[in-house]
Design a protein around this ligand. Sequence first.
Ligand SMILES: Cc1cc2nc3c(=O)[nH]c(=O)nc-3n(C[C@H](O)[C@H](O)[C@H](O)COP(=O)(O)O)c2cc1C
Length: 368
Amino acid sequence: MSTLHSSVKVGPYTFAHRVVLAPLTRMRAEPGAKPGPLMAEYYAQRASEGGLLIGEATIAAANGNGYLGAPGLFEDSQIAGWKRVTDAVHAKGAKIFLQLYHAGRQSNIDVQPAGSIPVGPSEILHGGVAYTTEGWVPNTPNRALQIDEIKALVESFRTAAERGIKAGFDGVELHGANGYLVDQFLQDNSNKRTDSYGGSIENRTRFLLEVTQALISVWGSDRVGVRVGPSGTWGDMGDSNPEVLFSYVAQQLAPLNLAYLHLIEPRILGNIEDENANPAPIAAQLMRKHYKGTIIAAGGFNGESAEAILQAGDADLVAFGRHFIANPDLPERLRQNLPLNAYDRPTFFGGTEVGYTDYAFHAVAATA
Ligand SMILES: Cc1cc2nc3c(=O)[nH]c(=O)nc-3n(C[C@H](O)[C@H](O)[C@H](O)COP(=O)(O)O)c2cc1C
């Protein structure tokens, strides 16, 4: 039997295999950032007996969105829709962690409350796009957060995490990668603050650690995961010394007894291959030196390379994004070494059930 299909402990849970559904923004939520029945069906399809799913980036504060159609937990009215999702996942014998995010400067005025300006650590223009009622449009230049607003955001993450319990999740993951707010604080090309949240590596890591502690205060440390993208450049990101920065992050998280540390390999830029990057999984290798707890590796894995990183000991589980979009029964396909459906990029973000819940299961594919 492969290591990928051997059991593993994550926090208080034991999973039957190590194939994790990566967090995947699909922008199919109903108005009000509420998950509807279609989302429940999508997650239930990907829930395998004894598997771990990580929910898509879920908006933690009213000013935290960058994508129309992304779900939230910044209001109580969003709890019921998520409960439908978690119930459907549990009925299949799987567990699901909530991923909380704040888009920070990766946003547009159109998806902000009452047309306010997006916020970030510093006022720095960058070139990304947001998804609005007008489709994909350039991000609106952001303003810098005041200190009291930063404290209020930590509190928003805490209350969103509380709603996550009411919604029936099994744990919570902080999205600290892909150029969203937490990452914007971490990396020094987006953080030019001169107060206690900017400058030194210790100061730039402060927001991540404060939010992590807020999540721990709600869930207990062994049900909290943190996702970072060491050397990630997607979203106009960059750091003058990423190896030192992310090593420090791992060292700070190591003693917290978290459920896991979730790493994205820099060979993937958001959701596409970076042809110029090192093709080897270097992030997990680097972070393992500083982090002996459970590591989930993500970014560009197939069955073979997932098995290799587990056997090398640099990760304990592997999260799959694009392959899991196209293969609802991915754990079983990898177990049996079955061919994989190809993913359809144009239907990744927004739309209907097409490219969402209509990918074939292998038994169906075999008879089609
Ligand atoms: C459609 C799509 C949406 C994504 N949304 C999120 C997200 O909400 N949160 C997150 O942390 N990463 C997100 N990612 C990144 C994936 O979790 C993953 O890191 C990336 O796809 C690389 O893994 P893969 O090579 O297995 O696809 C997204 C990727 C794709 C393709």
